[in-house]
Design a protein around this ligand. Structure first.
Ligand code: ADP
Ligand code: MG
Length: 700
């Protein structure tokens, strides 16, 4: 077990601020500790002689050998108490007291001091502003919640104390049990990553659950969780809290890749299953704790009811699962053993008059089939079927074959006993067959996570020095926003760009067009750090014939002046024309999340990106398989793969641009955000025709 073992399983606990005042937190904590705890409880309160039959110590240094101090004193004296605990050699402290970082500047200062004390005395400190911690192995309930949790193999952390009390109450009704529960409070010292690491090392924790609103150190969390989830599944409800940073963005990537997307990406990359509701949290948790992961995605449905069988089939289609097809052997067996009216193909419908023996035969047959990874049993109440007998046979067969099974018992109180029997055996039951399928899908998802290969990012041979000089030059000019004038930054990182020149006069424009276009049409663009989106002001002319170049030059300059008379005009870019008809405009961008650091975005590009928002995000560095997966994930993926008779684009070229930009943003912390939009992807390759970036000069 990990470093926090004694926090969850102390031998001697002191309640500092113990009280017997009706309705006080001090009383609730003391009562909860006295209820089931295997160890010893001591009370500390200088104003009393006795609390709930315990004689009181004046301070926490008096009782010897305290492992865990639970602090419930007022905020004004909390620091003093914690210092005393440190002096007394206490290792673990749970600070229930509120009035710290969550409440104004005085509280924030107090929290800072708390952090210093914890560092000084090397304290494992939970909170402040925590509901407390529980551990069912030793019966520890060091919380002021109304109910103790039942024993089980789920360990749960929550950023909301109230959510813990709600969940425990709810879970107790459903025979769901926990190993450890922690209310992380303000996370001044111990945060989510510490608990993930602890439970990853804990043989008694089968599934890690979390309710998170934010993450203290995104990078540490990502690394820790990635390692842990290779062995222990983790399911998280992440509530969206802030979109801070997104609104101030100057790039499309910044606007789209807000903190919500960063979280999504981080949880995905960390191998954490993310769910939206409490029900999904516990559906996933129960099946992950109770059932093995399936070896294949093929699901067999066994039912005594046609309609629900169809509903189940639909749910399989909606999930990442597939309907298993049976071997001839299985079909021959069913032809012999099932009535002629039954459907021996999947979904196996053993019809309404099925007694339990027919369920046994059908479930045995499908679980024996090598093409079946998992099974859903869907049963409606009938006069010929005993749910209890069905439960027994499902428990036996699941154990015999070791394949995961989920059960939909589509009835009311008549299902209760059967449902209890099944859940004791780790087999989840539901009314709704779709829920049964979704929970099997969580097993599949987790299998994919476990089987993931962790491939490091590729390292390309780039001209880093050249890139640094380009950024430095811009900084020297005092500009932190750059556009197409910095296209050579992309060249330095091996990202293909069309030929282009920036000019500042009619005749220069004509000469440049000749060099760049060689007599063919060109593209001309206004170049100004003050004009964010050039086409919005008519600042991009696509397909300019040689004889139109001079007039177009004038026209573009006039438009820029009309738009903003005092705009800094760098010039006009004359650029080689790319064939966008045979290609797809995509966007590749980078951004920095305050918590997770550099991230990379890929999506459908062009001038409507922010309207369509068809994009996906990864925390950098991005490996080749991750970059491939990004292309898969966008809704427009079929467009890239040759929809409507078009040739598919060169996906490998797109992947490589994603990876090279990832390398760029990892190499240069000074790049705050950057858009390549569009990256024109064609069957022949991928070319960046537009660039925009913001740099933080101090980081260069
Ligand atoms: P902005 O994004 O500032 O409006 P862009 O340089 O991205 O300016 O140009 C806008 C649109 O013009 C692009 O989305 C693309 O459709 C088209 N375009 C720009 N450059 C080229 C080019 N070199 N070849 C073909 N089309 C281009
Ligand atoms: Mg653009």
């Amino acid at each position: 077990m990990g470093e926090l073992a004694s926090l969850f399983a102390p031998e001697r606990v002191a309640v500092v601020g113990a009280s017997d005042d009706e309705g006080s937190v001090g009383r609730a904590v003391t009562e909860n500790l006295l209820a089931d705890f295997d160890g010893e409880v001591v009370a500390v309160n200088p104003t009393r002689d006795e609390v709930l039959g315990l004689s009181c110590y004046d301070d926490v240094t008096e009782p010897a050998d305290v492992d865990l101090a639970v602090v419930v004193v007022p905020a004004s004296i909390a620091l003093e108490v914690i210092e005393q605990a440190g002096e007394a050699g206490v290792d673990d402290v749970v600070v229930i007291t509120a009035g710290f970082g969550e409440s104004g500047s005085e509280g924030a200062a107090r929290e800072e001091r708390l952090r210093e004390l914890a560092a000084e005395y090397d304290l494992n400190l939970v909170g402040p502003n925590s509901l407390g911690v529980m551990n069912t192995t030793v019966g520890l309930n060091a919380t002021f919640g109304p109910e103790n949790a039942q024993a089980g193999s789920l360990s749960f952390m929550s950023q909301s104390g109230a959510f813990i009390t709600a969940v425990v109450d709810w879970a107790n009704d459903r025979n769901l049990g926990f190993k450890d529960i922690v209310s992380v409070g303000n996370k001044a010292v111990l945060d989510e990553s510490d608990f993930v690491a602890e439970w990853g090392d804990d043989p008694d924790t089968d599934v890690i659950l979390g309710y998170l609103e934010d993450v203290v150190d995104g990078r540490v969390f990502l690394e820790t969780a990635r390692e842990v989830t290779a062995e222990t599944p983790m399911v998280v409800v992440k509530s969206g809290r802030t979109e801070a940073g997104a609104s101030a963005a100057a790039s499309h990537t910044g606007a789209i890749a807000g903190s919500e997307r960063a979280y999504e990406a981080a949880l995905e990359q960390a191998g954490v299953l993310r769910v939206d509701t409490v029900q999904e949290l516990f559906d996933s948790a129960s099946i992950l704790a109770g059932q093995p992961v399936p070896e294949s995605d093929g699901v067999a449905i066994v039912t005594n009811a046609g309609g629900p069988g169809v509903m189940t089939t639909d749910a399989v289609g909606d999930a990442g699962l597939s309907l298993a097809s049976f071997t001839d052997e299985t079909l021959d067996r069913f032809a012999e053993s099932l009535p002629a009216e039954a459907n021996r193909y999947n979904p196996v419908d053993i019809i309404g008059d099925a007694p339990v023996e027919r369920f046994t035969e059908a479930l045995d047959g499908v679980l024996a089939d090598p093409g079946v990874g998992a099974s859903v049993v869907v049963a409606c109440p009938t006069a010929t079927l005993s749910f209890e007998a069905l439960a027994e046979t499902v428990v036996d067969l699941q154990a015999e074959y070791g394949k995961p099974v989920a059960v939909a018992l589509m009835g009311g109180s008549s299902t209760r006993a059967a449902s209890e029997r099944l859940s004791e055996a780790g087999i989840p039951t539901y009314f709704d067959p779709a829920r049964a399928v979704r929970s099997l899908d969580a097993l599949r998802e987790y299998r994919e996570i476990r089987e993931r290969e962790t491939v490091g990012p590729r390292s390309f041979d780039v001209d880093r020095e050249q890139a640094r000089e380009i950024l430095q030059r811009a900084t020297d000019r005092g500009s932190n926003k750059l556009g197409v004038e910095a296209m050579d930054l992309l060249d330095a990182y091996g990202i293909p760009t069309p030929a282009g020149e920036i000019v500042s006069g009619r005749r220069e424009a004509v000469a440049a067009a000749e060099r760049v276009g060689g007599g063919d049409d060109v593209v001309m663009k206004v170049v100004s750090p003050d004009i964010l989106h050039k086409s919005d002001i008519g600042g991009v002319a696509v397909g300019v014939a040689p004889e139109e170049v001079a007039d177009t030059y004038e026209d573009l300059v006039t438009r820029a002046r009309n738009y903003q008379p005092d705009a800094t005009l760098v010039g006009v870019q004359v650029q080689e024309l790319r064939d966008t008809d045979s290609g797809v405009e995509t966007i590749v961008g980078v951004n920095r999340d305050p918590g997770f650091g550099p991230l990379v975005l890929f999506g459908l590009g062009g001038i409507f990106v922010e309207i369509l928002e068809d994009a996906t995000v990864r925390i950098a560095p991005v490996s080749q398989p991750q970059a491939d997966a990004m292309i898969d994930e966008i809704d427009a993926a079929p467009l890239l793969r040759g929809a409507r008779g078009r040739d598919p684009v060169d996906e490998a070229a797109v992947t490589e641009v994603i990876e090279r930009l990832s390398q760029l943003v990892m190499d240069f912390p000074a790049i705050v955000e950057l858009d390549v939009n569009p990256l024109v992807a064609t069957p022949e390759g991928a070319t960046a025709v537009d660039l925009r970036l913001t740099i933080n000069q101090e980081k260069l």
